[in-house]
Design a protein around this ligand. Structure first.
Ligand code: FMN
Ligand code: MN
Length: 492
């Protein structure tokens, strides 16, 4: 079990980016790189760092063409500072009921904060003064926002939403955000446009790690990610109100852009291409609405936190193969239980599918039709609906963290014809490389899902062939007798 000290360190780091970097340095998990070029070199070094399963936090300083102190940090949330274990143990730790404060803690308003150390308005606005990298070779521009927050307020209810959506620097006072249809930020901005108004919006770049986690999570409609983050920390997040828009943002954010996004019928620019986490440039480039910046706020020596997507096969790619995928598995587990599916013993995202494409659920089958309940909820619930493809249900004797065991369950307990559902018309996005060309052309952002019930069929499960395997009890007995005497058994 983690000691109280480790837990205290984790909370401190979660709640404060600069403290997080200090703590990473203290445990020798931080590398400073000086003299790298924001044009591809930072991106390449980041990608190469992911060949290691546990890459260090990298802070790029003295970036070519920019003043010393204007920094870019990557691998922040995968730092060993946040080490919360492995496998299903880690998934369990991310589950809601395991948290000390499961209920949201509302943010509080404050009057000032370090983000106000530098303020630019009017002609002084220059979004190009920050070292936003061009991350991948075929990217169409420089992306300042990867692990960022796009903050909007529902004009009907006052609900403040914060979502992580990539943000490209277009020119001195224009940014462009890529918000997939159906995301909360998209639903909210369309409400303003329907009234003929521009959408007030704030983008923050560099913020407490807990906010990056909350903004990328699927908090339900009406629930503010700031309140979710507050609950994770056990204290309220402190927010300043934007002078031009009234939209709140964290008082200790590194860089904040405040402005308005008019409807695309008034103004739009080409966004992308951008290398995306499924491993492709699927969304290519297309016109997107813009954020017209009215104010820039930033701390002295500001830090851009970067988390650009990479192919989800790189061992160190936390968003694709590591903790972030476990986080999404935990949300799905919570939602399956909330929907009343009993007997869930584990939820996993299979490597190769990134955090979303391949979901595996282990159940203790309690009745006929039980596996189907789990599969259908997983295909449609809020945390898993977007950008899914494959759902695999297995019995609870399968170790779902071991891909070979999952494949074995499919190879031996699954009849493709009778134990499969294919459902079409499900929610997907522009970044889906298998969005069919005719659907993409029609902005019909839907794909199909396969649910494979790789479980012993319930009605004959008691007659199903026995597994050929030494019983755990007898294995323990034999091990006890022989270990220490046989090298292949190891020490007792
Ligand atoms: C690093 C990172 C980058 C992301 N980029 C985008 C993006 O460009 N567009 C998008 O729609 N979702 C993106 N997402 C996923 C959203 O953050 C996620 O769907 C979240 O639930 C959105 O918030 P919302 O539920 O309030 O809409 C990204 C997630 C991460 C972790
Ligand atoms: Mn939301």
């Amino acid at each position: 079990m983690a000691s109280n000290n480790e837990e205290a360190m984790r909370l401190e780091a979660l709640g404060d980016l600069r403290r997080c970097l200090d703590l990473a340095r203290e445990i020798d998990d931080l590398e400073v790189v000086e003299g790298a070029d924001p044009d591809l070199e930072i991106g390449a070094l980041y990608e190469l760092s992911l060949e290691k399963e546990n890459p260090p936090v990298i802070v790029f300083d003295q970036i070519v063409g920019y003043p010393k102190g204007f920094r870019v940090a990557v691998n922040v949330r995968s730092s060993r500072v946040f080490d919360t274990g492995q496998g299903l143990e880690q998934v369990q730790k991310y589950r809601k009921h395991r948290r000390p404060h499961p209920d949201p803690i509302d943010p509080v308003s404050v009057e000032s904060g370090p983000v106000l150390e530098n303020v630019q308005e009017g002609d002084d606005i220059d979004t190009l003064k920050f070292p936003a990298p061009k991350w991948h070779g075929d990217d169409g521009g420089r992306y300042i926002g990867t692990e960022c927050m796009v903050i909007t307020r529902d004009p009907d209810t006052g609900w403040v939403n914060a979502g992580t959506y990539r943000v490209e620097v277009h020119d001195k006072n224009t940014l462009c955000a890529f918000i997939e249809p159906g995301k909360h930020g998209d639903i909210i901005r369309k409400k303003y446009w329907a009234r003929g108004e521009p959408c007030p919006m704030v983008v923050t770049v560099g913020q407490a790690p807990v906010l990056g986690a909350a903004a990328a999570s699927t908090a339900a409609e009406g629930v503010s990610e700031f309140a979710v983050a507050g609950a994770r920390l056990g204290r309220p997040i402190e927010l300043l109100d934007g002078k031009h828009t009234g939209i709140p943002f964290p008082a200790d954010a590194e860089i904040v852009f405040e402005g308005f996004m008019p409807p695309p019928s008034e103004v739009s620019v080409e966004e992308g291409p951008f290398g995306e986490w499924p491993g492709y440039y699927a969304s290519n480039s297309r016109p997107e609405p813009v954020l017209q910046v009215k104010a820039v706020y930033h701390r002295n020596d500001p830090i851009i936190v970067g988390a650009p997507p990479m192919r989800p096969v790189l061992p160190g790619f936390w968003y694709g193969t590591g903790g972030s995928a476990h986080f999404r598995a935990a949300s799905l587990w919570d939602e399956l239980e909330a929907a009343g599916v009993p007997g869930i013993k584990g939820v996993w995202t299979m490597p190769g599918g990134g955090p979303r494409f391949i979901r595996v659920i282990a159940i203790e089958q309690l009745h006929a039709g039980h596996a189907k309940m789990a599969g259908l909820v997983a295909a449609g619930c809020g945390s898993a609906a977007y950008l899914g493809r494959i759902i695999i249900i297995v019995d609870d004797d399968i170790d779902i963290t071991n891909s070979a065991e999952v494949m074995w369950a499919m190879a031996t307990r699954w009849d493709p014809k009778t134990q499969t559902d294919i459902i079409d018309g499900c929610w997907t996005g522009y970044i889906d490389p298998m969005l069919l060309p005719e659907r993409r052309a029609a902005d019909n952002m839907t794909n199909s899902r396969i649910i494979m019930y790789a479980v012993r069929p319930y009605h004959w499960k008691d007659d199903f062939p026995k597994v050929n395997m030494v019983s755990r009890e007898y294995a323990a007995e034999v091990r006890k007798r022989w270990s220490g005497k046989l090298d292949f058994l190891g020490d007792p």
